[in-house]
Design a protein around this ligand. Structure first.
Ligand SMILES: [Fe+2]
Ligand SMILES: [Fe+2]
Length: 243
């Protein structure tokens, strides 16, 4: 599994963990991100049970597990959340941030961790990591009814969850290079799983205002430099949720 620092400034670091060439064929490849600020860490979209041992090993190569203060889940899909009990068994003091829409459903995995769950309201919330705020921004109906993106204001990086994803091969480059061919892989994924153009338009407008340096999805390549605007312009006019 590949581990790569994608942003570093003083005591503030984003580490990409993903692209597992050994994973089972039918497993949808996922990107995990470890954000560490002043010695405290957050893992975003921690990944499924199947890849948990490898993600944990890579996290442990970077930090001590006691540093993990928070785990953020954009929504409740199994590729994001099925390892949640395993994570809490090794990070018992970590808080799990997810939409209040899903908290009572997800608690079926394990009632022991109900006290660890933070029920994020629709308007979002700030998560304090190492004294800095990581902001959860509404991304509802993209694709889930209770869905968030995470914005790191200081680094100006946006974690977008399934937005910007697609069924990529595992050997795909870390950063999107050929946007034209990349958009052909993203299109069917977005058209099927994103139900609402209205929600999409609101999200794109909000993100354009933030003008992030990087957009990091949970699947596929990272958008950097001119690829950020190319992705947002493409997404703005894509027709989704067509019956
Ligand atoms: Fe999803
Ligand atoms: Fe996903």
């Amino acid at each position: 599994m590949r581990t790569e620092v994608i942003f570093e400034e003083k005591d503030h670091r984003w580490t990409f963990i993903g692209r597992d060439p050994q994973k089972a064929n039918k497993l949808f490849d996922t990107n995990q991100y470890l954000i560490t600020i002043n010695g405290e860490s957050l893992i975003t979209d921690p990944g499924g049970a199947e890849i948990f041992p490898l993600v944990m090993k890579n996290v442990c190569n970077e930090i001590h597990l006691e540093q993990v203060k928070a785990i953020f889940c954009t929504h409740q899909d199994p590729d994001i959340i099925s390892a949640i009990s395993l994570w809490l068994s090794i990070c018992p003091n970590a808080k799990i941030y997810m939409s209040y829409v899903w908290t009572s459903f997800v608690s079926h995995y394990e009632t022991d961790f109900i006290d660890n769950i933070i029920h994020v309201p629709d308007k979002g919330i700030d998560i304090l990591i190492g004294g800095k705020a990581l902001t959860l921004l509404p991304a509802h109906f993209l694709h889930d009814s209770g869905n968030f993106s995470l914005h790191d204001k200081q680094a100006n990086i946006l974690f977008s969850g399934d937005l910007g994803g697609g069924f990529m091969p595992t050997d795909y480059p870390l950063y999107v290079d050929d946007f034209e061919s990349h958009s052909k892989i993203m299109a069917p994924f977005h058209q099927r799983i994103m139900p609402s153009n209205e929600a999409l338009a609101r999200w794109v407008k909000m993100v354009k205002r933030l003008n992030p340096k990087m957009i990091c999805p949970q699947h596929g390549g990272i958008f950097k430099d001119d690829k950020v605007a190319m992705f947002l312009d493409w997404l703005e006019i894509l027709e989704v949720g067509i019956y």
